[in-house]
Design a protein around this ligand. Structure first.
Ligand code: NAD
Ligand code: DAU
Length: 371
């Protein structure tokens, strides 16, 4: 039995991880910590809050006293650290929050964990600090380059990926210098329920419903490797349970797509959903399919993201060979579930798209279309 502290528990992957863990390990205690920034949504945890094994704490990872008291009070033996500023575009328009949360925040987590878990004299209580990172720390690939392995040198290009790279190095340093038992996972692009609609897949889905333009950065030929969010949770689970201490493991989907192809796919799926469901047509009269048009007509090429990484691809051979990791979801099944989830959960995404989000998005569109 374990007592987990999950940071960023009200964000996209944190929420999915909490549900995954509570179901798979019903005897474990899960404490979810989140500062509830624009990306965190307590409503996503409603079902978890009914579970007596779960406790939500509203707090900041930069609050060392809070983290120390939680670790002691809940006898936490495992930290799964998701909390971060996660959107590349926001890191370009405002990098400070990324430095504060991703670097200072991770370091505060490490300091608190060491203060509580390391005994006087240097020995350690049983513990694990798992740090959730990204494939973006490895930089950008050309089309023909081999995929990233765990030994690919770090070459982050955005303030977001640079801040994640810094946090990975700090986690590694606490292992090498102090003997903290850490592990790191570097994962590719996740998709699935509860993803904030500033990210490509939910943004496209929702814009189609409202007949709004679908902004494609640059030529739309940038490539990402997409993984269903529960398969990320499965990978982290295996690393925590079976992974070697101090090691990094890549998690990926062997599922590379050009952005424009993924947008075409979602357009066609949404057209089909609306075509066969008159209730949806009535609910979303501005959606192209409700007007006998095609969602693809909404595609608009806009100014590219500055420093836009061309391609990410993950070689997960180490994780597969050592931990028998294999994604369960195919892209077909994962994307179908995701589209259905957004169609069934309008109240969730309406609530997260509040005034400040709308303002930020409108400014983004203006900036990009001005070029
Ligand atoms: P997200 O932006 O949806 O969620 C981040 C959560 O962290 C939010 O709930 C937010 O409120 C919380 N948070 C932010 N600052 C905090 C602070 N100072 N203290 C406490 N909580 C704070 O992000 P996500 O997509 O769920 O990503 C989670 C983690 O996984 C991140 O570390 C990210 O780098 C990593 N990751 C994401 C992806 C992806 O495709 N989304 C892929 C690989 C790795
Ligand atoms: O690779 C893992 C990373 O994936 C995570 O570490 C990040 O937290 C996560 O946000 C994601 O980063 P990306 O920048 O790849 O995701 P995003 O959804 O923002 O964009 C995916 C691709 O689509 C990217 O090439 C930019 C492009 N894009 C994005 C948006 C929001 C568009 O063309 N138009 C858009 O409106």
């Amino acid at each position: 039995m374990s007592n987990l502290l999950v940071t960023g528990a009200a964000g996209f992957i944190g929420v999915n991880f909490v549900y995954y863990w509570l179901e798979k390990y019903p005897d474990d205690r899960v404490v979810g910590l989140d500062a509830l920034t624009y990306a965190g949504n307590l409503a996503s945890l409603t079902d978890a809050e009914d579970n007596p094994k779960f406790r939500f704490v509203h707090g900041d990872i930069r609050d060392q006293a809070l983290i120390e008291s939680l670790l002691k009070e809940e006898a936490i033996d495992t930290i799964v650290h998701f909390a971060a500023e996660s959107h590349v575009d926001r890191s370009i328009s405002g990098p400070d929050a990324f430095i504060d949360t991703n670097i200072i925040g991770t370091h505060t987590m490490l300091k608190a964990a060491r203060a509580v878990w390391q005994n006087e004299g240097g020995s350690w209580q049983p513990h694990r600090f798992h740090h959730v990172s990204t494939d973006e720390v490895y930089g950008s690939l050309e089309r023909e380059d081999p995929a990233f392995t765990e030994t690919t040198p770090y070459a982050p290009s955005s303030p977001y990926s640079a801040s994640k790279a810094a946090s990975d190095h700090l986690v590694g340093a606490y292992h090498h210098t102090y003997g903290m038992e850490v592990s790191i996972s570097n994962c590719s692009n996740n998709y699935g329920p509860y993803q904030f609609p500033e990210k490509l897949i939910p943004l496209v889905l929702i814009n189609i419903l409202y007949g709004k333009s679908l902004p494609i950065y640059g030529d739309g030929k940038n490539i990402r490797d997409w993984l269903y969010v529960d398969d990320h949770a499965r990978g982290i689970d295996l690393i925590i349970k079976k992974g070697r201490i101090g090691e990094t493991y890549n998690i990926g989907g062997h599922n590379e797509w050009q952005n424009i192809d993924i947008v075409h796919l979602i357009c066609d799926m949404m057209d089909e959903h609306l075509a066969k469901n008159p209730v949806l047509k009535t609910k979303y009269p501005e959606s192209p399919a409700s007007k006998a048009e095609k969602a693809r007509s909404l595609i608009t090429y806009v100014k590219d993201r500055p420093g836009h990484d061309q391609r990410y691809a993950i070689d997960a051979t180490k994780t597969t060979n050592e931990l028998s990791y294999k994604p369960v979801e195919t892209f077909e099944s994962g994307i179908s579930k995701t589209v259905q989830w957004y169609l069934d959960n309008e109240s969730w995404w309406q609530a997260v798209m509040d005034g400040s989000y709308q303002q930020w998005m409108q400014q983004q569109y203006k900036d990009r279309q001005a070029s």
